[in-house]
Ligand binder design. Structure first.
Ligand code: GLN
Length: 540
């Protein structure tokens, strides 16, 4: 079978959940036995989102091979349980960078370099690239942005060309739109969808399937109307109704027969029905929790839900694993002080101090760590959260009053967290952190070892600073246990406090590998510890 290419575009509005629809379809095709991957083409000029403030596009997701990517790749991995790579996220910046570099090398032999064909050829090359590896039967490409944006035009033009260049049965186009419900008229409105499809067709792209986001069920008449005005078959208008969980969407898409329509159009021979038992089992536990806990997520970017997307999702997975509803309360680190810590954090069953960059909010994070440490509240620190746990310990237990990370205070006399050696000469910001998967060896008899149940693990990283090993001795003697370290470089990866009910802090980002079917073990155990804390509190 040839590799099949499916493209997902969006219209009417942004944030309709193209990534979730792409991931849901991928999940259904995978559950029928196909090898599927998803890639995202983003229309902005940044080479990757690594240099973007999380307020711009939400969290930056890191792959095994160290690519800093769009957060939709996180959804792809969580839905499919398959790793993505550098090749799965392409930006306009990357495309232009390649073309301009080639131009400077003289690769175009004196030709005028133009958007068509040079930029579009490079886009098409990348759109087909993963298909050439032989690893996949189906490549789903999510085209970022909204149809009609000037920025997305070259992507749509490339899609248009591929529509004719690929065999008919190897190309499929899905357009996601919104059918708004007008309360005053008590009516669902199809006009924005009609306009969106017209816009798409005006650049020569013809959708095979229209998926309509809606808050009310679409009647057969309404579906027929959309089909008639948008030149698609009546059965190819699919509804995507607001779902109680994103993980319910694959099941909704299956009920709408999206995968069957796709398989028919792509003429993929007989395939079994999708087996979604594991997902259904997860949803069952998610829907009917037996317990609940309150967790504080202390961070800097709390106004935007998507800034800590993978952490939030990890709590959904870990909650379901414990049959527990996890209420995550995002707390702005800047607002936490020694005076108000008890008011802000006192009712929490667990405290997670989040990753982050820069100085703002660091003292608040340190206060949150101290409150958790002194009051026996389950604590979990991630990356910057781990670094602040180390600073807090150095200040309060070892008495190094000015202990700090040099990211925060370059002049400190106790740089317990310091810039990694290889970072000292780095001036370029993009793609130069310690990124991607690194091995970590766990120390037997520790909480970390108990959680993972094995000695050697691998987790993903994204940081420039590290635990300063010059302080290893005094820290360990004072009771901070190093329970995980990199076996090649000796970098400290995990610290914990054995005399605390649950206190663990990690330099890596465990949230990046959690999926509904394989919840991340530290999150699972943290939620369990929070449940115990909650039970103890109610007993008192
Ligand atoms: N700013 C810290 C560093 O660069 C932590 C990074 C993070 O939390 N991802 O080391």
């Amino acid at each position: 079978m040839n590799t099949k290419y499916i493209f997902v575009t969006g219209g009417v509005a942004s944030s309709l959940g193209k990534g979730i629809i792409a991931a849901s379809l991928a999940k259904l095709l995978q559950a029928r036995g196909l090898r599927v991957t998803i890639q995202k083409f983003d229309p902005y000029l940044n080479i990757d989102p690594g240099t973007l403030n999380p307020y711009e596009h939400g969290e930056c997701y890191v792959t095994e091979d160290g690519a800093e990517t769009d957060l939709d790749l996180g959804h792809y991995e969580r839905f499919l349980g398959v790793y993505t790579s550098k090749a799965n996220n392409v930006t306009t910046g990357k495309i232009y960078n390649t073309v301009i570099t080639k131009e400077r090398e003289g690769a175009y032999l004196g030709k005028t370099v133009q958007i068509v064909p040079h930029i579009t050829d490079e886009i098409k090359r990348r759109m087909l690239l993963l298909g050439k590896t032989g690893q996949y039967d189906v490549i789903i490409t999510e085209v970022g942005g909204t149809v009609g944006d000037m920025e997305s035009q070259p992507f749509l033009e490339s899609m248009r060309q591929l529509q004719w260049e690929l065999p008919e049965e190897d190309f499929l186009s899905i357009h996601l739109t919104l059918i708004p419900y007008l309360k005053s008229a008590k009516e669902l409105k199809t006009k924005p969808t009609q306009h969106s499809v017209q816009e798409l067709q005006s650049v020569g792209v013809h959708p095979d399937i229209i998926v309509c986001r809606t808050e009310k069920n679409l009647t057969p008449e309404l579906r027929n109307k959309v089909a008639r005005f948008c030149n698609v078959r009546p059965g190819h208008v699919i509804q995507s109704i607001d779902a109680w969980s994103i993980y319910q969407v694959p099941l909704n898409m299956e009920a709408e027969k999206l995968d069957q329509i796709v398989v028919n159009k792509l003429r993929i021979d007989y395939l079994p029905q999708a087996n979604l038992d594991a997902l259904k089992d997860f949803l069952q536990r998610l829907r009917h929790p037996q317990h609940e806990v309150n967790i504080a997520l202390v961070g800097k970017y709390v106004e935007l839900q998507d800034a800590y997307k993978s952490i939030q999702e990890s709590f959904v997975h870990a909650g379901a694993a414990n049959s527990c509803k996890v209420h995550v309360h995002t707390i702005k680190a800047e607002h936490v002080t020694a005076d108000n810590a008890a008011d802000v954090l006192g009712k929490m069953d667990g405290i997670l101090v989040a990753p982050g960059f820069g100085e703002r909010g660091l003292e608040g994070k340190i206060c949150a760590v101290r409150y958790a440490r002194e009051n026996g509240i389950p604590f979990f620190g991630i990356c910057l959260g781990m670094q602040m746990a180390v600073v807090e310990f150095a200040r309060d237990v070892l008495g190094y009053a000015d202990a700090a990370s040099t990211e925060q205070a370059p002049e400190t006399t106790h740089p317990v967290i310091d810039l990694m050696e290889e970072q000292k000469s780095t001036t370029i910001k993009g793609g130069t952190m310690r990124l991607g998967a690194y091995p970590c060896r766990l120390v037997k008899g520790t909480l970390a070892y108990k959680i993972y149940g094995k000695e050697d693990i691998s987790e993903r990283h994204r940081h420039r600073y590290e635990f300063n090993n010059a302080y290893l001795e005094p820290m360990q003697q004072a009771g901070l246990k190093v329970s995980g370290f990199n076996p090649d470089s000796n970098l400290v990866e995990i610290v914990e406090l054995p005399n605390h009910p649950f206190f663990i802090a990690v330099q890596f980002h465990p949230e990046l590998k959690s999926t509904p079917e394989r919840p991340q073990p530290i999150f699972v155990n943290f939620v369990k510890a929070a449940m115990e804390h909650s039970a103890n509190c109610s007993r008192k």
